[in-house]
Every structure is written in structure tokens, then in C-alpha cells.
Design a protein around this ligand. Structure first.
Ligand code: AMP
Length: 296
């Protein structure tokens, strides 16, 4: 696996990989890899001829009070894992390489960026959209792989790709969970053993909503209320939001029809965790290995 530190080097290496009509898949990450990240590489490998990944802890998407400085970093381990999974090219730029002095251009996906996590993390999605747009320009992948774990991010990237005519297929991959249901996240390492147990309430609340949905409940308000009630049972966990929204626009819905997104964010101690499930029209719900690798 070749590691590129500059945009110019990465651009040339990606261009070379794509020669002969090869389909290039791309997996952007912030490192501190776990099985969730690796599932994206596997999905990329299964539908592409070559895979590039990136590790960049993007300062633009962290608020001033957030965990940028202490965000887990494990470059050696991460690059070994990527190499083992068959990643050909790894882009690992320094902050100055991505944002040279005087950089003042942003990508804002209006409206969507203010919903869900965007409401409690102002500027977060502007940072995400800007870095992903830059990475897309450098790598020029045919397909890019994101985790459904960050459902709002997926909706925002899809909209950006559509609005700005990026020639990239966006593929959302199912949430990978620990055996007990906790969604894998680089931030789980912050949790104490007690918090790790308390964190399971997010999954339990989603499961409760799924049960009601499967029993025929379609009133979004009632589904949200049931989810919130479940969250309140873990008194130490502070809820940020529990919402039923349209999967694409992220706007709240009254009726949870097919493909509604049920999303939750909460603080367990000082760690902010997110999780979600998609209620599928055909019945059933997608919380784990869902059937749909929606693309486009
Ligand atoms: P991050 O390093 O947290 O920015 O995540 C990089 C990519 O991995 C994003 O597309 C995430 O949605 C995805 N990802 C993170 N956790 C999971 C998970 N548990 N299952 C599937 N994908 C994930």
C-alpha cells in the first residue's frame, strides 16, 4: 500500500490507478479504525477494481468545545489494517496540506446541515461537506463508501454530489455493531466500563421503536415518544435528540412511512454517541445488516 501525504501525489497516484478504465472506490475516514471502517473497504473491494482510503482528522468539523485534540490517533495500526484489507492507496495529509493559509472557501448544504447533529454541532456539516468535496476532487473516485451509522452525513453528501455534479456514486453501508448492539465508533474508547453499559440504551430505544413499527405503529410522534421514554430509563444519559425524519431531507415527518429514519444522539458522560435505524416500506427495519446498499 502506498501512502501519499500531498494532494498532488495522491491525485497522480489515483489517476494512474484508474488507467485502463479501472473503477476506483474510495473510503474516507478519520482513522482509529474499527470493523465499521473495514466493512466499507470490503464493500469497496467487492464492487471496484482498486480501493483508496484516507485518514484525516478534519479540524473544520469539530466545534471549539469538542474533542479534536484528544480524538484517538493510531496511524501505524490503521495503515497496517488498511494494507491487510487490500487498500492500494492511502491519503494521509497534514492539516496544512488540506487547508493552506488563506483558505476561505466552504461547501454548505443549506437546510440539511442545520438538522439533527447540525443543530447541536453548528458548522459540523459545513466542515464535513468541505473536506469531502476536496477529497473527491483529489481522488476522483468512481464510488465512495460511507457508513449508514452517520445517516445525516450520508444524506448531506448525497445532496452535495447531486447539487454540484460530482461524478461519484455514493454507497451507504450498513451499521456494524458490537455483539451487544452498540454501534461501533472510534469514540467508544472514551467510555468507562460503566458508561459502556449505559451506552446500550441508544440501541434499546431504537429496538423499542422498531418493535412498535413492526406492530403497525406509523405515528411518528408516538414512535419518538416511545424512544424518548426508553432513553429516560437510563437517567445518567443526556439525550440530545430522538427524531423520526425523512431519510433524504432530514425533515421531521408526521407519518413514518417507508424509509423514515429514526435517529438518536446522546451524551454518555462527556462522550456524544449517535445511532439510527431506517424503517423500510416493505416491513421490517434496518438497524444492522440491512438489505439495501442504496446507491446513487
Ligand atoms: P469516521 O472515521 O468516524 O469519520 O468514519 C469514517 C466512515 O466510517 C464514515 O463513513 C462512517 O459513517 C463509517 N463508520 C463509522 N462507524 C461505523 C459503523 N459502526 N458501521 C459502519 N460504518 C461506520
Amino acid at each position: 500500500m502506498r501512502i501519499c501525504k500531498t494532494a498532488e501525489e495522491m491525485r497522480a497516484a489515483c489517476y494512474a490507478l484508474k488507467q485502463g478504465g479501472k473503477r476506483l472506490g474510495f473510503v474516507p475516514t478519520m482513522g482509529a479504525l474499527h470493523e465499521g471502517h473495514l466493512s466499507l473497504v470490503r464493500a469497496a473491494r467487492s464492487s471496484c477494481d482498486a480501493v483508496a482510503a484516507s485518514i484525516f482528522v478534519n479540524p473544520l468539523q469539530f466545534g471549539p468545545q469538542e474533542d479534536l485534540a484528544k480524538y484517538p490517533r493510531s496511524f501505524e495500526r490503521d495503515s497496517e489494517l488498511f494494507a491487510k484489507e487490500g487498500v492500494e492507496l492511502l491519503f494521509a495529509p497534514a492539516v496544512e496540506e488540506m487547508y493552506p493559509t488563506g483558505a476561505v472557501t466552504w461547501v454548505t448544504v443549506e437546510g440539511l446541515s442545520d438538522r439533527l447533529d447540525g443543530r447541536s454541532r453548528p458548522g459540523h456539516f459545513r466542515g464535513v461537506a468541505t473536506v469531502v468535496a476536496k477529497l473527491f476532487h483529489i481522488v476522483e473516485p468512481d464510488a465512495a463508501f460511507f457508513g449508514q451509522k452517520d445517516a445525516a452525513q450520508v444524506a448531506i453528501i448525497r445532496r452535495m454530489v447531486r447539487d454540484l455534479n460530482f461524478a461519484v456514486e455514493v454507497v451507504a453501508c450498513p451499521i456494524v455493531r458490537e455483539a451487544d448492539g452498540l454501534a461501533m465508533s472510534s469514540r467508544n474508547v472514551y467510555l468507562s466500563p460503566l458508561e459502556r453499559r449505559q451506552a446500550l440504551v441508544l440501541h434499546r430505544a431504537l429496538e423499542r421503536v422498531k418493535e412498535l413499527w413492526e406492530a403497525g405503529e406509523r405515528d411518528a410522534g408516538k414512535l419518538e415518544a416511545a424512544g424518548r421514554e426508553e432513553m429516560e430509563k437510563e437517567r445518567s444519559v443526556r439525550l440530545d435528540y430522538f427524531e423520526v425524519v425523512d431519510r433524504d431531507s432530514l425533515e421531521t415527518v408526521e407519518v413514518a412511512g417507508g424509509e423514515a429514519l429514526v435517529a438518536v444522539a446522546a451524551y454518555v458522560g462527556t462522550t456524544r454517541l449517535i445511532d439510527n435505524l431506517v424503517l423500510l416500506a416493505a416491513g421490517g427495519a434496518e438497524t444492522n445488516q440491512g438489505p439495501s446498499l442504496r446507491s446513487g
